[in-house]
Ligand binder design. Structure first.
Ligand code: CP
Ligand code: NVA
Length: 307
């Protein structure tokens, strides 16, 4: 593992190493045991989109690992004024030990990795959100004690979260059903990649327009906003199209009785999910958000630590 850009690039062993180290770092942090695995290292964090969880968890995580995080908003760095990815990658590689980037075009993250010579971590693109999904799967493992053989149902927009869930579930052998309206399906290349991995792991993939079909027998129910960053102009139209995909108590009751509810957050109550579900006893959204910290610390330590 040189970078963390797409979950499709990771082996099952990579997933296992990340989870194993995340578990250890989580325990050490709770017990107040110092774990300065990145002492003296620096992480540049480029953001061209907003963030609460990703920014804070990477920043705090780097500090807890003994390193130093730099928040680089595109409003403040020359990238936002048209400096090329090539020059940015070359220059940053001379100063820092790793780059985390959240941006629009997925190809910008790939280019940063190609042109620079430090590890690059994808902190969300229009296409994928791999760090989120690693934290999600870690959370499912904590609550269910296993991943293989479980079923996850994702109801809603076939967006970056849905794409990375397809990659992640297929890799670890979880069944995944995605219900999204026509025209809002997951990326077709990612579907093909996930199918390829599913063959090896024994996972089943179901893509449907019917939320009830998707949620049947699900151990994990997941949804995300209907209006991702950059889609604000489509908000009214999207709300109309996605309303039948709302995860409310009626739909949630069709999952397994002990199903847990996940949402990457930020959530819009009354739209993609109702209060009774997201604030109900089966929701584990704050464990999920917390695990961003522990899982990303493991990712940074594995990519940037002395090997
Ligand atoms: N889930 C997630 O990535 O949240 P932020 O947009 O707050 O970083
Ligand atoms: N799909 C959402 C995820 C936010 C964490 C977005 O891209 O805005």
């Amino acid at each position: 593992m040189e970078h963390l850009i797409s979950l499709h690039d990771l082996t099952l062993e990579d997933f296992e190493s990340i989870f194993k180290l995340a578990e250890k770092l989580k325990r050490q942090q709770k017990e107040g045991i110092s774990h300065h695995l990145l002492k003296g290292k620096t992480l540049g964090m480029i953001f061209t989109k907003s963030s609460t969880r990703t920014r804070v968890s990477f920043e705090v995580g780097m500090y807890q690992l003994g390193g130093y995080p730099l928040f680089l908003s595109s409003n403040d760095i020359q990238l936002g004024r048209g400096e090329t990815i090539y020059d940015t990658a070359q220059v940053l590689s001379r100063y820092i030990d790793g780059i985390m980037i959240r941006t629009f075009a997925h190809s910008d993250v790939e280019d940063l990795a190609r042109y620079g010579n430090v590890p690059v971590i994808n902190g969300l693109t229009d296409l994928m959100h791999p760090c989120q999904i690693l934290a999600d799967l870690f959370t499912v493992y904590e609550h269910k004690g296993t991943l293989k053989g479980l079923k996850l149902a994702y109801i809603g927009d076939g967006n970056n979260i849905a794409n990375s869930l397809l990659h992640g579930c297929a890799k670890v052998g979880m069944d995944i059903a995605v219900a999204s309206p026509k025209g809002y399906e997951c990326d077709s290349q990612i579907v093909e990649e996930a199918k390829e991995d599913a063959k090896a792991s024994g996972s089943n993939i179901l893509l449907t327009e019917d939320p009830e079909e998707a949620i049947k027998d699900a151990d994990v129910v997941y949804t995300d906003t209907w209006v991702s960053m950059g889609q604000e102009a489509e908000k009214e139209e999207r709300i109309k199209i996605f309303m039948p995909y709302q995860v409310n108590s009626n739909l949630f009751s069709k999952a397994r009785e002990d199903a847990i509810f996940l949402h990457c957050l930020p959530a819009y109550r009354g739209y993609e999910v109702t209060e009774d579900v997201i604030d109900g006893s089966q929701s584990v959204i704050f464990d999920e958000a917390e695990n961003r910290l522990h899982v990303q610390k493991a990712i940074m330590a594995l990519l940037m630590g002395n090997r």
